[in-house]
Design a protein around this ligand. Sequence first.
Ligand code: HPA
Length: 296
Amino acid sequence: MDASLSEDAKRSVALYSEFLKKNRISIPDIHAVLGSGLGSSFVDTWIPKNWKWVADLAFKDLPAITAATAPGHPGIYRFFTETTSNRTLCLQVGRLHGYEGLPPSEVALSVLIPRLVGTQNFVITNAAGGLKLEWPIGSIMMIRDHVNFTGQNPLTGQVLNGLDGKPIGPRFPDLSRAWDRKFTESIRRELEAASLETFEGIYLGVAGPSFETPAEVRLFAQWGMGTVGMSTVWEAIALVHSGARVAGFSLISNLGCGLNPGVVLDHFEILEASRSAAQKVTAALFKLAETPVLSE
Ligand code: HPA
């Protein structure tokens, strides 16, 4: 059985689409979700010379999604165009999380609305706890694969139909190539060019909002996971299901709880750690958006 999108979701897709038209913005070549601290204040003050900010659309103006509540996550879609090529980048500053009390389907809508309007390429970023002692704080783990350890899935329920009345994707989507290799490599090149150190590994998504216990961190590390965080997996599943191209990375903002004896995890310190890498990360995303995306 399949079902229609809710009226609020349809209305949100229409509003997003009208917003682009009204502001003469073409469908973004890349939509990047900026994790904790990564989209902080400097996005207001610094953008590369060859790009210009065009307009902002706030989550609160779309009826299908709630305004984000997590500190460091205001929840806006911010649109930029490259002055000569007219290429378009959407930086999503802030995101929704399950720990705010939202169902996975609503968290997924924050990226599915842009997807249904036509965006094809998504970069999902997060700040996360590192599970490998040799990966320094401030370095980046490219997501090769993920483990959804939240116990929930955004595709639970009937398969939704898109605006064309056809299912957005299959009942049992294959996730063996969820994280696009070539797209990942192009992002990695830009991050390295922005002098960020990069690794590659598996992101494990938990529900939060409590941080992990040392026993959980030891377990995840023994399983070979690279980073742990409270986001990303639902957005990725919903996007892959819809046929989008997805890549992403974790900024390692701290070591997993207990790996650094004596250090107690604090959300505001984590935000600070990601803020210090934020400008380099964003510079890399603008560069990435300057050339067409290669995929497998
Ligand atoms: N655990 C879960 N989520 C996080 C962490 C962490 O250590 N750091 C940043 N987000």
